[in-house]
Design a protein. Structure first.
Length: 276
C-alpha cells in the first residue's frame, strides 16, 4: 500500500508507527512533547531508530480524558505535523476522529488519518474527507461500552460496518489499515482475546495494525506503571506479528522494531504466512 509517497509491502514486511502525543494528559507520555522543539527531537529519534510512520495526536483518548475542541486540537498538532514532515521526510499520520482536524492536518502535509472510531462517529464526514483526498487511513474498532453478545463475532461485525462506510464513501480498500482497538471498549479479557485472534481480521483483505504499547492490559498483567511496560509491549508486538500484523504502533521504536523483525523471520520460517 501507499502512504504518502512511500510503498509499504504489507504482505511480506512489518513496520513501526512511532507515537508522538503532543498532549498534556496522555496516559504514558502526556506533556513530554507539547513544545515544538521537543516534539521534533523525539520524532527525529524515532526516525533514526527505524520508525516508518510518525503518528501525531493532539487529544488524549485515555479513560477519563478531558475532551478538547477541534480548534484547540488543530492548534496543537498543526505546527508539529508541518515540522515533522519537513524535518524527517517520513509519512505522517494524524491521530484524530474529528474531520475538521484531519482536514487541516492533511493540508499541512499529513499522509494518513488514524481514526479511533473507524468512521462511525460523525455521520460520514470523515469518510468523505478521506475519500476526497485519497489519504491512507487506519480504522480502529471501538465501542462506548464493553458490552457484546459474542465478543469476536461482534467486533468483526463492527469492522464490517466500518468497511461498508468506507466503501460507500469511495475509499479504496488498498488505502485502509485495520486496528482491533486494544484498550478501547473492551474488558481486560477481551483485549487478550483480540490480540490472540488478531489473524481473523486479515479475512477483510486489509493489513492490520496492533497498538498495545504501554496500555493497561499490560499494566494489569504485570502490575507495572506505564513507564515500565516496555517488555510487556514487546511481547504484544511479537504476538501480533506472529498473527499477521503488518504494523505496530509503539512508543519505544528501536526495541519493538528489532522484536518485530525477529518475529517476522520466525513467522516466515514456520510457514505461518501461508496459513494467515
Amino acid at each position: 500500500m501507499l502512504i504518502g509517497d512511500r510503498k509499504f509491502d504489507t504482505e511480506n514486511g512489518v513496520y513501526v508507527m512511532g507515537i508522538l502525543n503532543v498532549t498534556p494528559d496522555s496516559f504514558s507520555d502526556g506533556g513530554l512533547w507539547t513544545e515544538r522543539d521537543a516534539a521534533l527531537r523525539q520524532a527525529g529519534r524515532m526516525a533514526e531508530e527505524g520508525a516508518a510512520i510518525i503518528d501525531i495526536g493532539g487529544e488524549s483518548t485515555r479513560p477519563g480524558h478531558t475532551p478538547v475542541s477541534a480548534e484547540d486540537e488543530t492548534a496543537r498538532v498543526l505546527p508539529i505535523v508541518e515540522a515533522v514532515k519537513r524535518e524527517t521526510g517520513l509519512p505522517v499520520s494524524i491521530d484524530t476522529y474529528k474531520a475538521e482536524v484531519a482536514r487541516a492536518a492533511l493540508e499541512a502535509g499529513a499522509d494518513m488519518v488514524n481514526d479511533i472510531w473507524g468512521l462511525r462517529r460523525d455521520g460520514g464526514e470523515m469518510a468523505a474527507l478521506i475519500a476526497g483526498t485519497g489519504a491512507a487511513c487506519c480504522l480502529m474498532h471501538n465501542r462506548e461500552r464493553a458490552e457484546y453478545a459474542d465478543f469476536m463475532a461482534d467486533m468483526l461485525s463492527d469492522l464490517r460496518e466500518t468497511l461498508a462506510i468506507a466503501d460507500r464513501a469511495g475509499i479504496a480498500r488498498s488505502s485502509i489499515v485495520l486496528d482491533p482497538g486494544i484498550g478501547f471498549g473492551k474488558t481486560y479479557e477481551q483485549n487478550l482475546i483480540a490480540m490472540n485472534r488478531l489473524d481473523e481480521l486479515l479475512a477483510f483483505g486489509c493489513p492490520v495494525l496492533l497498538a498495545a504499547s504501554r496500555k493497561s492490559v499490560i499494566g494489569l498483567t504485570l502490575d507495572l506503571p506505564a513507564d515500565e511496560r516496555m517488555e510487556g509491549t514487546i511481547a504484544t508486538t511479537v504476538a501480533g506479528v506472529l498473527r499477521g500484523a503488518a504494523f505496530v504502533r509503539v512508543h519505544d521504536v528501536k526495541e519493538n522494531l528489532r522484536a518485530a523483525r525477529m518475529a517476522l523471520a520466525i513467522r516466515r520460517e514456520a510457514g505461518l504466512d501461508a496459513r494467515l
